[in-house]
Design a protein around this ligand. Sequence first.
Ligand code: SF4
Length: 362
Amino acid sequence: MPPTLAEVNPRFNVARRLLGWYARHRRDLPWRPPRDHSHAPINPYTILVSEFMLQQTQVATVIPYFRRFMDRFPTLQALAAAKERQVLRLWQGLGYYRRARNLHAAAKKIAADFAGRVPHDPAILQTMPGIGRYTAGAVASLAYGARAPIVDGNVARVLCRLHLIRRDPRRPQTIRHLWQIAEQLLPRTRVGEFNSALMELGATLCTPGDPQCPLCPLRRYCRAAAAGLQRSIPTPRPSRPTPLVRRWTLCLSRRGRWLIEQRPPQGRWPGMWQFLTIPPLGPRPTPSQLRSRLGLRISPPRHIGQIRRALTHRRYVFDIFTADVDGTIPSVRPRRWLRLDQLHVYPLSRPQQQIAQLLAAL
Ligand code: SF4
């Protein structure tokens, strides 16, 4: 069994090996300086945007969104001055829309309170909307070289394997322990590169199902690899059945225009726009039921299809109906009557985009 990292002067050995490997094997990503200009100045705003986008999302998915976002909002001031609808529209399809709202709110706060300069103190960064300990550490270390540790899913997996930690890494006690280890490992210099290297190792070699131990720069310190347990650490999350949620989507039309409304700022798809979507009121909607329950005066709804969408913790089934509207629509939310070719201005979740495609095909 190899010595623990604490027994082998971890800062020096781990950092040296990891940084050497990172210099040779790191991926060129649009928010990093190119490999041959690795000491070029880093724009903290690009790190801020990329870290928000990378929360719960893979690098390959993020790259095209990041490029479009930076084309449209090249500076923090441009983002702070944007309308929320524009920000959500660029985020459309990336999911977890609360991140977009939080990033927008953080940009506004930085523009107003910090003269547009992204703070370098992790404690101050954590006062921003949507910035927790991980994102604060990542921005502070990657953009400014601050000595701040990071623990995300990739880093947690690497540390659990290096230290042969068999406890569930999602438990608060284990999380605290992992943060302590990450802090102890930090080198005195090149902290941003070191943190990037640790994440890169987890993303490319120390992957969940197929760790590439023979290629790993830290193999000589890895207790899980020595014990042949690298594939079973960390313990997999116990699988739970995902609840099924049914919804009716009522696509209401009047003189060639369709009604859309904005979702509330909390909950699923916050601030996004949708065709009128409600929990089912019975086996299928009827004009009298919708009139008495929602105050809608509409023609008999016609079922035009069904859309299914599986998210991490829920599966959705949308039954889609069309109907003509007679009279006004009671609503407390912002709403618009639009032609289908005008919808592209409004941010729609993926199911709602699919519903719009169904309508276009009628
Ligand atoms: S030796 Fe294998 S299990 Fe250990 S850190 Fe490297 S890739 Fe991960």
